[in-house]
Design a protein around this ligand. Structure first.
Ligand code: B1M
Length: 215
């Protein structure tokens, strides 16, 4: 994918006309661009530029919301291509965005990639209170629990969820964390079982944890 096409994705994410991003993604698919490249080198890179503009105060929340809507539409179009190959179930994975955080694009991508990799995914959604994570672990007995956070303020909630889970369950699931402000160092500091830089890394990490014995 060239710089020129990143510009096309960027412009499509900012366009109020939803059909612009839809046509662009369909065109890439027709031209046999690998779906994973459309995601990583097109949509995610373009959203990165929008994030920088937001940070610099050049654009405002409504424009970011518009980009998020368009991004969802683009992801929905490549989803069936990424999930094409059915694989046997590897285990249960509960995921949610921690309390106070409503960013769900990254979390949805992790859910999608984990589904594609053969995990049964239970997605608790956004702004998930600690009690809901506890209930889901009690009810579903997953091998893995994933926590996503996009804000430097909400990432601190990850530690609290982790402590509650480990205090409540004698045989807790492996807990993996991720999201833009989260780092390997932070994951180690809070005692998470692993950190995934992106959705693919989350799958690889989960596979490693499961092969080491899951719970
Ligand atoms: Co918000 N926002 N936002 N926002 N937003 C950020 C995160 C910010 C960095 C923008 C900026 O200033 N540059 C900034 C946070 C600053 C900080 O904390 N230091 C910010 C802010 C400040 C805010 C508000 C406070 C703004 C306001 O209201 N004034 C507000 C907070 C709302 C809340 O949560 N309480 C807010 C709101 C919003 C929107 C609603 C407008 C919208 C979200 C819409 C939605 O998600 N449905 C939005 C968006 C879109 C963004 C940016 C621009 C893009 C986020 C995104 O979707 N990226 C973002 C800037 C940025 O991140 N560069 C920003 C694409 C996505 C694919 O990446 O989510 O990182 P990401 O996921 C990746 C990896 O991180 C990883 O895999 C994914 C795929 O590769 N990953 C995991 C994610 N979760 C994982 C879990 C894992 C493993 C990997 O294991 C379990």
């Amino acid at each position: 994918m060239t710089l020129e096409s990143i510009k096309l994705f960027y412009e499509a994410l900012k366009n109020t006309d939803l059909s612009v991003i839809e046509r662009l993604v369909k065109k890439c698919l027709d031209e046999q661009v690998p779906p994973i490249d459309i995601l990583n080198k097109g949509l995610i890179q373009a959203m990165g530029i929008i994030g920088q503009e937001f940070k610099a105060g050049q654009i405002w929340v409504p424009e970011v919301l518009l980009a998020a809507r368009n991004m969802h539409a683009g992801i929905n179009l490549i989803k069936p291509h990424l999930l094409k190959d059915k694989v046997p179930s590897k285990g249960k994975f509960v995921i949610g965005t921690v309390k106070g955080d409503i960013h769900d694009i990254g979390k949805n991508l992790v859910s999608m990639m984990m589904t594609g990799a053969g995990y049964q995914v239970i997605d608790l959604g956004i702004d998930v209170p600690r009690e809901s994570f506890l209930r889901a672990v009690a009810d579903e007995k997953p091998q893995l629990l994933g926590l996503s956070a996009l804000l430097t303020t909400t990432m601190l909630e990850m530690r609290e969820v982790l402590i509650s889970i480990r205090e409540t369950f004698p045989d807790p699931p492996k807990i993996i964390v991720g999201g833009a402000p989260v780092t390997q160092k932070f994951a180690e500091e809070i005692g998470a079982d692993g950190y995934g830089e992106d959705a693919i890394a989350a799958v690889e990490l989960s596979n490693r944890l499961i092969s080491q014995g899951g719970k």
